[in-house]
Design a protein around this ligand. Structure first.
Ligand code: SF4
Ligand code: SF4
Length: 103
Protein backbone atom coordinates (compact mmCIF):
# COMPACT_ATOMS: atom_id res chain seq x y z
CA UNK A 1 0.00 0.00 0.00
CA UNK A 2 1.30 3.40 -0.99
CA UNK A 3 0.22 6.97 -0.37
CA UNK A 4 -0.31 9.89 -2.66
CA UNK A 5 -0.87 13.53 -1.76
CA UNK A 6 -1.98 16.66 -3.55
CA UNK A 7 -1.38 20.14 -2.16
CA UNK A 8 -3.37 23.10 -3.40
CA UNK A 9 -0.60 25.71 -3.43
CA UNK A 10 -2.98 28.62 -3.75
CA UNK A 11 -4.73 27.69 -0.48
CA UNK A 12 -1.45 27.19 1.38
CA UNK A 13 -0.23 29.81 3.85
CA UNK A 14 3.18 28.25 4.42
CA UNK A 15 2.67 27.48 8.11
CA UNK A 16 4.89 24.34 7.78
CA UNK A 17 2.59 22.20 9.98
CA UNK A 18 2.49 19.56 7.25
CA UNK A 19 6.27 19.62 6.84
CA UNK A 20 6.93 19.02 10.53
CA UNK A 21 4.13 16.45 10.95
CA UNK A 22 5.21 14.19 8.08
CA UNK A 23 7.19 11.23 9.48
CA UNK A 24 8.73 10.50 6.07
CA UNK A 25 10.02 13.94 5.09
CA UNK A 26 7.83 14.02 2.00
CA UNK A 27 6.88 17.71 2.08
CA UNK A 28 9.05 20.81 1.76
CA UNK A 29 8.44 24.53 1.43
CA UNK A 30 8.95 26.00 -2.02
CA UNK A 31 11.11 29.04 -2.75
CA UNK A 32 8.55 30.81 -4.90
CA UNK A 33 5.54 32.75 -3.66
CA UNK A 34 1.99 31.68 -4.39
CA UNK A 35 -0.67 34.23 -5.41
CA UNK A 36 -1.32 35.17 -1.79
CA UNK A 37 2.36 35.93 -1.19
CA UNK A 38 3.19 32.84 0.90
CA UNK A 39 5.87 30.24 0.32
CA UNK A 40 3.70 27.15 -0.25
CA UNK A 41 4.32 23.53 0.67
CA UNK A 42 4.92 20.93 -2.04
CA UNK A 43 5.53 17.15 -2.12
CA UNK A 44 9.27 16.93 -2.76
CA UNK A 45 9.61 13.18 -2.17
CA UNK A 46 6.19 11.77 -3.14
CA UNK A 47 7.60 8.25 -3.51
CA UNK A 48 8.14 8.11 0.26
CA UNK A 49 4.49 8.82 1.16
CA UNK A 50 2.70 6.10 3.12
CA UNK A 51 -0.72 7.76 3.08
CA UNK A 52 -0.88 8.19 6.85
CA UNK A 53 -2.66 11.56 6.34
CA UNK A 54 -0.97 13.28 9.30
CA UNK A 55 -0.21 16.21 7.01
CA UNK A 56 -3.83 16.64 5.91
CA UNK A 57 -5.05 16.43 9.49
CA UNK A 58 -2.68 19.21 10.52
CA UNK A 59 -3.42 21.60 7.65
CA UNK A 60 -5.62 24.48 8.84
CA UNK A 61 -6.35 25.55 5.26
CA UNK A 62 -7.69 22.20 3.96
CA UNK A 63 -5.06 22.41 1.25
CA UNK A 64 -3.98 18.75 1.33
CA UNK A 65 -5.70 15.66 -0.02
CA UNK A 66 -4.39 12.15 0.59
CA UNK A 67 -5.07 8.92 -1.23
CA UNK A 68 -4.12 5.33 -0.54
CA UNK A 69 -3.05 3.45 -3.63
CA UNK A 70 -3.76 -0.26 -3.49
CA UNK A 71 -3.73 -2.73 -6.39
CA UNK A 72 -3.58 0.14 -8.90
CA UNK A 73 -6.81 1.61 -7.49
CA UNK A 74 -6.96 5.06 -5.92
CA UNK A 75 -9.02 5.27 -2.78
CA UNK A 76 -9.68 8.82 -1.64
CA UNK A 77 -9.40 9.32 2.09
CA UNK A 78 -11.66 11.53 4.13
CA UNK A 79 -8.84 13.19 6.08
CA UNK A 80 -9.16 16.49 4.25
CA UNK A 81 -12.90 16.83 4.71
CA UNK A 82 -12.78 16.35 8.45
CA UNK A 83 -9.48 17.98 9.32
CA UNK A 84 -10.36 21.62 9.95
CA UNK A 85 -11.02 22.69 13.53
CA UNK A 86 -14.73 23.35 13.91
CA UNK A 87 -15.57 21.43 10.75
CA UNK A 88 -15.34 17.96 12.21
CA UNK A 89 -18.72 16.32 12.13
CA UNK A 90 -20.18 13.56 14.25
CA UNK A 91 -23.32 11.82 13.14
CA UNK A 92 -23.96 14.48 10.52
CA UNK A 93 -23.91 17.35 13.04
CA UNK A 94 -21.25 20.02 12.99
CA UNK A 95 -19.07 20.16 16.08
CA UNK A 96 -17.46 23.41 17.10
CA UNK A 97 -18.06 26.68 18.84
CA UNK A 98 -21.68 27.61 19.23
CA UNK A 99 -22.65 30.88 17.60
CA UNK A 100 -24.27 33.44 19.80
CA UNK A 101 -26.76 36.03 18.63
CA UNK A 102 -25.83 39.69 18.84
CA UNK A 103 -28.10 41.83 20.98
S1 SF4 B 1 0.30 11.19 4.04
FE1 SF4 B 1 1.80 10.84 5.73
S2 SF4 B 1 3.68 10.18 4.67
FE2 SF4 B 1 2.34 11.12 3.11
S3 SF4 B 1 3.03 13.27 3.01
FE3 SF4 B 1 1.30 13.18 4.47
S4 SF4 B 1 2.26 12.90 6.50
FE4 SF4 B 1 3.81 12.42 4.95
S1 SF4 C 1 -0.20 22.73 6.70
FE1 SF4 C 1 -1.44 23.47 4.94
S2 SF4 C 1 -1.23 25.71 5.02
FE2 SF4 C 1 0.40 24.87 6.32
S3 SF4 C 1 2.21 24.70 4.94
FE3 SF4 C 1 1.13 22.71 4.88
S4 SF4 C 1 -0.27 22.86 3.11
FE4 SF4 C 1 0.37 24.94 3.64
Amino acid sequence: MKGKIAINKELCKGCTYCVTSCPRGVIAIEKQFNKMGYFPAAPKHPDKCTGCAFCAQMCPELAIEVWITDNNKDEKRTARATSAPGRVSKGGRAVGKKRTKRA
